[in-house]
Design a protein around this ligand. Sequence first.
Ligand code: ATP
Ligand code: MG
Length: 382
Amino acid sequence: MVWEIYLNGVLYLNIESIKLINFRNYRSLDINLNKNMNIFIGKNAQGKTNLLESVYICATGNSFRTNRDKELINFHRNEAYIGANVDLNGIKRFIEIKLDRNRPKRIRINKSELDNLKELNSGLNVVVFSPEDLRIVKDGPFERRNFLDSSISQIRPVYKYNLSKYNKILYQRNNLLKSNKSKSEILSLLEVFDLQLAKTGTEIILARKEFLDKLSNETENIHKKLTFENESLNLDYISNVNTLNYTKAQIEERFFKALKYSMKKDLAIGNTEIGPHRDDVGIKINGLDARTFASQGQQRTVVLSIKLAQMEIIYMEKEVYPILLLDDVFSELDRERRKYLSKSLSKMQTIITSTDLLGLEDLENMDKSIFYIDEGKIMHKE
Ligand code: ATP
Ligand code: MG
């Protein structure tokens, strides 16, 4: 089905309505969303993040909070449901997710069930920005790889497939390294794994490199504006496979050789040292490592720049802005950054959560709906 069409040259993406049944603390919910801005106000633990999570699952098939689908089902129930009506430039899609304690989740688009969850190409793109995202700057490489993986998966469906293939080969290779097979048997089997690992791993490396090239460009520009030219932000791809200006075949070869070179060490520790599962992204502000030297506010600004850049990349790829999910981050920003963010919000549909309306004054003049959340029940106020 041709999902992307042009109408007056402008593409738009909207979620028209969301329906939840037994999803987390929502027993039954059915709401229509504003095409522009939606603000959900609620005290702690009422269901604000849960709502954003349900939208994210419709878009990507997974939660941004957990890999365990069972956690998404209401404690007292065995099944849960998420449904979203999506409008991409006049073409309607009805995305449905069914969760069951005893079987893998099922996804339907316009009533037809997907055979494979990896096939999900919902046409619904989202960018989420939550306080947890500070981890991208603060925590270890795992968080940054995770960010790369989820961002690239949204624009390149084949990436998800390559990544799970890579992880499977890696798992088997590590098991072999730890096994009590004879050394000659291990060595001959390793050869096969290493060829596969280098081939699939190179796909991952190239996709990450391409994405990071674009992301760092956009991020640097946005960050400059956000900091009134006071800070220059640099993102660098860090890989233990040498990728500099090499062709795909050359990277594959280097990867393969590096695996051979580190074999002794790998055998000793029972783990694979070389490959994109060890990748990282260097984040520097004015030449200093943001992880150790940046203040909380600076780190938050870095994440804001990265998220706004991610939106621009989705726009470049899909010619339509994603839905922006802002989880309780508005009030944490200072006035200037709030203003900058508010200006960007007119380009796309947004869903914003907050514990109160204080701090959201900059959004006063925007076309919006305000909802109040109380123990998994939602009231539409204005
Ligand atoms: P905060 O302002 O603190 O971020 P929130 O409104 O974002 O709060 P949520 O994270 O959406 O809160 O969670 C709301 C409630 O949902 C929590 O009290 C949590 O215990 C509950 N909850 C989470 N998972 C389930 C589940 N599977 N079944 C029932 N309730 C759940
Ligand atoms: Mg929350």
